[in-house]
Design a protein around this ligand. Sequence first.
Ligand code: NAD
Length: 466
Amino acid sequence: MAINEQDLAGIIQKVISELNNSSAGGTVVDFDGIHQQVNDAVDCAIKAQKALLALPMSKRDAIIAAMRQTVLDNNEMLSDMAVEETGLGRYDDKLRENILCATKTPGTEDIQPQAKTGDHGLMLLEYAPVGVIGALTPITNPTGTVIHNSISMIASGNAVIFNPHPSAIKTSSTILRLLHKAIVDNGGPAGLISAIAKPTLDSAREIMEHPKVNMLVATGGKPVVKAVLSSGKKAIGAGAGNPPVLVDETAHIRNAAECIVNGASINNNIFCTCEKEVIVVEEVADTLIKFMIETGKAYKLSSDEAAQVTKVMLNEKGKVNTKLVGRNVQVILEKIGLIIGEQYRLAIFEADRDHPLVWTEQMMPVLPIVRVKNIQEGIELGAAVEQGNRHTAIMHSTNVDNLTAFARAVQTTIFVKNGPAYAGIGLGGEGHTAFTIAGPTGEGMTSARTFTRQRRCTLVEGFRII
Ligand code: NAD
């Protein structure tokens, strides 16, 4: 059989890839990052992590650069798939989410070692990898969380095994495969990131209990955070929120109205950071609502319509109707026979302070607005509805004392002043992004350094040259 040049190139490429795989500890030439069994994923991850540590830092940087680029190159397909598979969010906003994660997740610069010299010699502090990490990811951000976690965890020299949300498995596996290919194509080890083909609560438990998994990271609701914190391992919990936005009489009301409408409607309110209820000082409440309507994107419900829609959003026990989470406002309002134009992104309504949607993380573009007599009452209510999640709060005000008083009272990980909540995760705001915001365990906006352990090396005397 004659072999042409193209066949020969293919054979050479295959041999190189096989060599790469075997040196990385991979078991199958065409391995794409998806494992059937947790045990295989762990064995492969251990070898891959060792191989990563054997590579120079410049190589790690090149791998991360390629991972960022592959997200940007495939963004349209990924965004489309995420909305199609989960039914949650909006295509244009998923594009923004993926760009944010690809470009504003810190890389190896986040783990720069520190050195200190003095009379007694030299001390070097290094941020060492923890080893193999098990990551549980949510349905709400199947691409964003995998991108952010993968870049952060590899930057700090770890391997990661994902147990994605079962209802987002197609999207999660697709982004995983793309990132895995970018790693291997750029000389990184196969199996450095991987996912379980059919993730279940059992596979999550297996990962959590596996003796060779060194750290757990849960991004999701309260039960999964509780599960990893009960594992006996080092765990990072990024849990639920119910972010209040407080508006006082000194705020630039037009700006506040625009920020709230944009912030609460991004991705149909499924970001854990999104504004979930508005608390406004009586004096400016009418103006705020008027300006929100004037954005052309917010539809004001009558009290009757609000009562009806609450019944379809929550069941008799007050639990969120998951079939409506993250849907367009038109889909939700259609359930009560209300047809509104495509220009609307959000429904707003006036609510009493005891209204269930004020106290529930609805993750739907339907936003309650509560009037309060004054700023003191607003601060008290805002802190109460946040419910100790330590997640996110937003305030619009030009009074520094008021801003400080609310920030102190509410105690959240993210506090946004005079902007949409998403500015707090780096979208139109300063600072890096994180799609694992660790309020319960206190690491805050996670990044490469979060997934490390600190190691100190001391050289006694004799190092300085002066
Ligand atoms: P979820 O808690 O239902 O699922 C998250 C992940 O945990 C999934 O992979 C799921 O399979 C797994 N899981 C759930 N219960 C488990 C258990 N008992 N044991 C083991 N694994 C378990 O969350 P979701 O509906 O996918 O996502 C929405 C929630 O996540 C919201 O509450 C939102 O606020 C939160 N969230 C938080 C952050 C953050 O950074 N703090 C980011 C995104 C989403």
